[in-house]
Design a protein around this ligand. Structure first.
Ligand code: UDP
Length: 274
């Protein structure tokens, strides 16, 4: 059963609230094939305008949660029925809680050296029944990639959290989806830094006011370039007609059947139409 999906500026996002996203995750845990979970925000939707491979990957994923208030605003403007955002960090927390209660195992891949290890320690303090299968920083040499995958496959973690920033983590998971021996692989970006204590989540006031982006900008003014994605996104939302209330995830030879292949390259597709 696929989630109900909508199209925002040509990009697939699932119409799910936090509870529905979590239920969908539970359903994926019962699937016999590896599932991919992604959490695009407005910045990623803007990246996907130029990056056709990223658009295809999001369309082929098993769960794509709306991790940004901009996506909810776009939905309101175009009447797409998405009322709430589902942040990646909150979904990760629910998944961790689930892994704790059901004694599942996790592996963390990504972050600067030492970050995944610190994140794992912090996670195990809160959720001691989780089985840690290990961690690996996200700055390994390409020639070590297969060795890392072999190790993950030997360890067979239930959940693989990949924190290498967007779109690298989405492309990495997609590229290796057929050889990864895990139940679910999820792109979690900076959430691992928050667990490790190397980044702080915005205080609750900013979260509730949907102003996390402002907090991040105040803390780290060098992000201003990246932050411009939000006004650019809103401007495009006003002008574009590339929206749909009903956007079927693309068939793939995973749980959705069929077989298609997004070609994954490191650089954005310059020829993609906007
Ligand atoms: N990262 C990584 N390998 C890379 C690039 C980034 O492991 O080649 C890590 C980075 O250290 C950080 C995480 O990816 O821990 C998220 O990066 P960023 O803040 O850019 O992503 P966001 O959460 O904003 O999507």
């Amino acid at each position: 059963m696929a989630s109900e999906s909508i199209k925002i500026l040509g990009v697939r996002v699932d119409k799910v609230n936090p509870v529905e996203a979590y239920n969908r995750f539970l359903h994926l845990m019962d699937s016999h094939t590896m599932s991919m979970i992604f959490t695009p925000n407005t910045e990623i939707v803007m990246m996907a305008q130029q990056d056709k491979a990223l658009r295809s990957i999001l369309r082929e994923a098993d769960l794509v949660v709306p991790d940004g208030i901009g996506l909810v605003y776009a939905s309101k403007l175009h009447n797409l029925g998405l009322d709430e955002r589902v942040t990646g960090i909150d979904l990760m927390e629910r998944i961790l809680k689930y892994c704790h209660t059901t004694k599942r195992s996790i592996y963390i891949l990504g972050g600067k050296p030492g970050v995944a290890e610190r994140a794992m320690e912090a996670i195990l303090k809160v959720y001691p029944s989780i089985e840690s299968k290990g961690y690996q920083d996200g700055y390994f040499k390409p020639e070590n990639e297969l060795k890392i995958i072999d190790r993950i496959n030997e360890l067979k973690p239930d959940i693989l959290f990949v924190a290498m920033g967007a779109p690298k983590q989405e492309k990495w998971i997609y590229k290796h989806r057929k050889i990864l021996n895990v139940k679910v692989a999820m792109g979690v970006g900076g959430s691992v830094d928050v667990w490790a204590g190397t980044a702080k989540r915005a205080p609750v006031f900013f979260q509730k006011a949907n102003l996390e982006w402002l907090y991040r900008l105040l803390k780290n003014p060098s992000r201003v370039g990246r932050m411009m994605a939000l006004p650019k996104f809103m401007f495009k939302v006003l002008l574009s007609r590339d929206f749909s209330k009903d956007y079927a995830p693309k068939a793939e030879d995973g749980i959705n059947g069929g077989n298609s292949e997004a070609s994954v390259s490191a650089s954005p597709d310059k020829h993609a139409s906007n």
